[in-house]
Design a protein around this ligand. Structure first.
Ligand code: GLV
Ligand code: MG
Length: 304
């Protein structure tokens, strides 16, 4: 089965224990909402939270929003129960499982085979449930190339700056930024590796959570920088972050218009036996056509 193509400009986190928040999340403009059974959910609440999450996935009106959960890591005692209980109760009301703290390809494989067995047992369509993984351990970043190809359910890789900075022993503040003056982005290497691995495997890269939800301007700048690198979206840890992410990761009307003009100019040149032409004083060749295709893909998903 071909991987579904989804918008992921904003991925909104909602603790799976906090069922009073679910309706607002479901009605939000987030492209994806995940009910979190991992770090935002107190350990004592995790068992009960599974049913709360499954009930919400089944019963709320999610509109066009992708419905996801974040399970606990495969090296914890909760992992198998999270998958089995939520999938058994939610069935086809669950689109994606986010797997945190992935270190090796075998971590993804473990979730993949568990899902395959469940789909068979429950009579669900095979490979219906997709996966996203968090790269937030130094070991995971070392192995991100093999992780990106570990399962054909894998749809996206998320860079998790919070745990990653802890794993690396970085001295950063609660927004995962260095206390000292640091030239450039301290996470540039990790961000670059994640997006290269994701794109080379044909899947999306999603940027990290940004805890400082009061600083809308800084969040928007972080979105714009991630988009510039090829990221398709960013986590939102607060509803106020949805709109800026949705805007930053969508092509503007001017970009869409320009991409269409590039395609038209290239096709016209092609028809006369040329592989390159000029547009507004700029060279247009096959590489520009590839850029235009990326813009067109998101524009099409947005119906623009
Ligand atoms: C996300 O889980 C992170 O640790 O940044
Ligand atoms: Mg984390």
């Amino acid at each position: 089965m071909a991987r579904p193509v989804r918008l992921r400009r904003s991925e909104l986190a909602t603790p799976a224990s906090n069922d009073w928040m679910f309706a607002k999340s479901a009605a939000s403009a987030a492209d994806l909402v995940f009910l979190d059974l991992e770090d935002a959910c107190a350990p004592a609440e995790r068992g009960a939270a599974r049913s709360k999450a499954a009930k919400a996935l089944r019963e709320l009106d999610w509109g066009a929003t992708t419905r996801a959960i974040r399970m606990n890591g495969v090296d914890t005692r909760w992992a198998y129960g999270d998958v089995i209980e939520v999938v058994t109760e939610a069935r086809s009301a669950l689109d994606v499982i986010i797997v945190p703290k992935v270190r090796r390809a075998r971590d993804v494989w473990w979730v993949d085979v568990l899902l395959t067995q469940l789909e068979e047992t429950l009579g669900l369509p095979s490979k219906q449930i997709g996966l996203e993984v968090l790269i937030e351990e130094t070991e995971g970043l070392e192995n991100v190339g093999e992780i990106a190809r570990a399962s054909d359910r894998l749809e996206a890789i998320i860079f998790g700056a919070g745990d990653f900075s802890a794993s690396q022993g970085a001295r950063v503040d609660t927004n995962f930024e260095p206390f000292v003056e640091y030239p450039g982005d301290i996470w540039h290497y990790a961000r670059a590796r994640v997006v290269v691995a994701a794109r080379s495997a044909g899947i999306d890269a999603i940027d990290a959570p940004f805890p400082n939800y009061r600083d809308a301007g800084a969040y928007r700048t972080a979105c714009d920088r991630a988009a510039a690198m090829g990221y398709m979206g960013k986590w939102a840890i607060h509803p106020s972050q949805i709109e800026p992410a949705n805007t930053a990761f969508a092509p503007t009307a001017d970009e869409i218009d320009h991409a269409r003009r590039v395609v038209a100019a290239y096709r016209e040149a092609e028809a006369t036996g040329r592989g390159a032409t000029g547009l507004d004083g700029m060279l247009v060749d096959a590489a520009h056509l590839r850029h235009a295709a990326t813009v067109a893909r998101t524009a099409e998903l947005l119906g623009r």
